[in-house]
Design a protein around this ligand. Structure first.
Ligand code: FE2
Length: 415
C-alpha cells in the first residue's frame, strides 16, 4: 500500500504523463498514467498534466544576513562596499536566536517557492562563530523538510587578520560542508593566490567541497579564477569545486576569456552566478557604456560548463529586494545574459534545477525510484511557461508530504 499517488504528472522531456507512487517518503515507482483509483486508503492528487519537477536548487545565499536590511541602517549607495560596512556594524550584535529566526524564515520562503536544496555561505571571520553555530543547528532542525549545505566563508579574507585562518579551519572542524574564500578581497594578489591554495588544502584535509567567492569585481585584472582552475586541474577535484560570482569574467578581454574557456575543458568545476544582485552591485563605477556585471553565463553554458544560479541575498544590506523565488532568478538570467532562445530559456531553468544539484554535488537528486519524494508541482506545463509566467508552484512535496500549497495569482478581466 502506498501513501500518496500523484496522478497525470508531466515530467520534463518525457512525452507521456506518468503517475508517481510514493511510500514512506520515498518515490516507490513511476508508471504510465492510469486513471484507475488505487484503493480507498491511498491519498491521490490529480495533477492534471501540469509540470512536476524535482525541487529547485538555491546554489548561493547568505542565510546569516538575510532579512536584516535596515539594521542598523539601509544601504544608500547600493554598493558592495557600503554593504560590507553595514554588515560589519551589524555582525557584532548577532545572536543564535536572531540568525536562526531570520534563516528559518528565508528557508520557509524558499520552500514555498519549491526550493528544497540550499547552499548557504556563513561569515566565519566573526570571532565568536555565532552565525556558524546557529546555522549548523538549524541545518539539523530542518533536515526533515529541506536540505541545507553550509560553506565556511571568510568574508574579510583569510589573511587580512591573523586569526582568520584558524577560524576558517575551526568552522570545518565544527561541521561546515564546504570551504569558502574571497581572494579578490585579500590585501594583495599574492595573498589572494595563497588563499585559494589554502582552501584546496583544507578541503582535502577535511574531505569537504569548495565554493569560493571569486573575482566579484569589475576589475579586469582580478584573475583568481585561473588559480582555481589550475588547482582543480592539478588535484583532479573539479566536480567538487564551485566558483561563485566571477563577475570580472565579463570584463576580461576576449583573448584571455578564450584561453580560460580552453583551460576549463581540462576540469569540470562549477560556476555559480547571482544575477539579481550582481546586475545591481557591479558597474557602479562605470559611467557609460555601463557593464552588466555578470560572468559569461551564456558562453560558459555554450562551452558545456556547469552553471547554476543563486539569489545571494534576500532583503539584506546588499540587496533590498528578494522573495525566495529561484524562478525569479532564472527569469532575470534570461534577460541579463541574453538567453532568449527557446533552448536557452530551458537552459536557464536547468540552472535552478539539475545544474544546481551538480554544483552542490548532490548524489540523489531527481525524480527516480528510490529517491526521496521531493517534488514540485508547477501551475504550468513546461519550463518555458514557468519562466514566462514567473510561476509560483501550485504544490510543494517534501519527503512525501505536502508542505506548501500556493494559489497562483489570478487576474480576471471583466470588461
Ligand atoms: Fe555571495
Amino acid at each position: 500500500m502506498s501513501d500518496l499517488i500523484l496522478r497525470r504528472c508531466r515530467i520534463q522531456d518525457q512525452p507521456e504523463l506518468v503517475d508517481i507512487v510514493i511510500q514512506n517518503g520515498v518515490i516507490e515507482r513511476i508508471a504510465p498514467s492510469n486513471k484507475q483509483s488505487s484503493g480507498a486508503d491511498t491519498a491521490e492528487i490529480d495533477v492534471a498534466g501540469k509540470l512536476v519537477t524535482p525541487p529547485l536548487v538555491e546554489s548561493h545565499i547568505h542565510l546569516d544576513s538575510v532579512l536584516a536590511a535596515g539594521q542598523p541602517r539601509f544601504n544608500q549607495s547600493g554598493t558592495l562596499f557600503e554593504g560590507i560596512q553595514i554588515w560589519g556594524e551589524r555582525k557584532g550584535s548577532l545572536t543564535a536566536e536572531d540568525v536562526k529566526r531570520r534563516a528559518r524564515e528565508a528557508l520557509e520562503l524558499m520552500a514555498m517557492h519549491g526550493v528544497l536544496y540550499v547552499r548557504t555561505h556563513v561569515d566565519v571571520t566573526e570571532p565568536r562563530l555565532v552565525a556558524l553555530d546557529a546555522l549548523l543547528e538549524l541545518r539539523e532542525e530542518v533536515r526533515d523538510w529541506t536540505t541545507v549545505q553550509i560553506v565556511a566563508f571568510p568574508q574579510d579574507g583569510i589573511y587580512s587578520r591573523p586569526e582568520n585562518d584558524g577560524l576558517l579551519e575551526e568552522a570545518l572542524r565544527r561541521g561546515a560542508d564546504a570551504v569558502g574564500g574571497i581572494p579578490h578581497y585579500e590585501l594583495t594578489r599574492e595573498d589572494g593566490v595563497r588563499s585559494v591554495i589554502r582552501a584546496f588544502e583544507l578541503a582535502e584535509k577535511y574531505d569537504r567541497l569548495i565554493d569560493i567567492h571569486c573575482d566579484e569585481v569589475d576589475d579586469e585584472q582580478s584573475r583568481f579564477i585561473e588559480v582555481i582552475i589550475a588547482e582543480a586541474i592539478k588535484r583532479g577535484s573539479g566536480e567538487r569545486v564551485s566558483a561563485s560570482h566571477t563577475t570580472a569574467f565579463g570584463s576580461y578581454n576576449d583573448a584571455y576569456a578564450y584561453k580560460l574557456l580552453g583551460f576549463l575543458r581540462r576540469t569540470n568545476i562549477n560556476f555559480i552566478a547571482n544575477p539579481l544582485i550582481n546586475i545591481t552591485l557591479q558597474g557602479r563605477m562605470d559611467t557609460y557604456p555601463k557593464r552588466r556585471g555578470l560572468t559569461r553565463i551564456k558562453e560558459l553554458w555554450q562551452n558545456g560548463v556547469n552553471v547554476s544560479l543563486g539569489q545571494d541575498c534576500i532583503y539584506d544590506p546588499w540587496y533590498i529586494l528578494g522573495t525566495g523565488s529561484m524562478i525569479g532568478v532564472a527569469y532575470m538570467t534570461v534577460h541579463a545574459a541574453q538567453m532568449t532562445g527557446l533552448q536557452e530559456i530551458d537552459a536557464c531553468f536547468d540552472m535552478i534545477g539539475k545544474n544546481g544539484a551538480k554544483s552542490l554535488h548532490l548524489q540523489d537528486y531527481g525524480i527516480a525510484p528510490g529517491n526521496l519524494a521531493n517534488l514540485v508541482v508547477m501551475g504550468v506545463e513546461t519550463p518555458f511557461e514557468a519562466l514566462r509566467y514567473q510561476a509560483i508552484p501550485a504544490m510543494v512535496i517534501s519527503r512525501g508530504k505536502v508542505i506548501a500549497r500556493n494559489q497562483a495569482a489570478r487576474m480576471k478581466f471583466e470588461g
